[in-house]
Ligand binder design. Structure first.
Ligand code: ZN
Length: 142
């Protein structure tokens, strides 16, 4: 998805992209909370920003690989073939170094609804939040 600075941000904040996740994507600031990071990663997927996804993924994440070329291709493949319809935050457990965000991502690939609910786990290392892993939940779970 091509997005201009004045478009509304894909993360659902109802702010303009330039006043929201773009600040993080452009590395002007780091997300202060795991929630901000989670939203900015959703926006990065929506805008096919594979570099941002990679730079905010913890080294212990199962997808982490030093084969950047194939990793980037996987992200771009997913991003380009997916419509990022909506992000809803269901729960946020905030703490010093380990935080959890439960969200529902409404996504489509063609006519297929591939929406899911995930409880994501984030770790703060050297002052920076990174995504480490997540588990899929059913509707109504937390
Ligand atoms: Zn945003």
């Amino acid at each position: 998805m091509k997005l201009s600075s004045n478009d509304s941000c894909p993360c659902g904040s109802q702010k303009k992209y330039k006043k929201c996740c773009k600040i993080f994507h452009d590395k002007i600031a780091f997300p202060k909370t795991a929630l901000e990071l989670m939203k900015s990663r959703f926006s990065a997927f929506a805008t096919s920003n594979c570099d941002y996804i990679i730079s905010t993924t913890h080294q212990l994440n199962p997808d982490f690989t030093t084969d950047l070329k194939s990793w980037k291709n996987d992200i771009l493949d997913f991003s380009k073939n997916t419509i990022f319809e909506r992000l809803e935050i269901l729960d946020f457990i905030d703490d010093e170094i380990e935080s959890f965000v439960t969200f529902k991502a409404t996504l489509f690939q063609g006519k297929n609804d591939i929406s899911f609910i995930e409880k994501s786990r984030f770790l703060k290392t050297q002052g920076v939040w990174k995504y480490i892993d997540g588990e899929f939940l059913k509707e109504g779970e937390k």
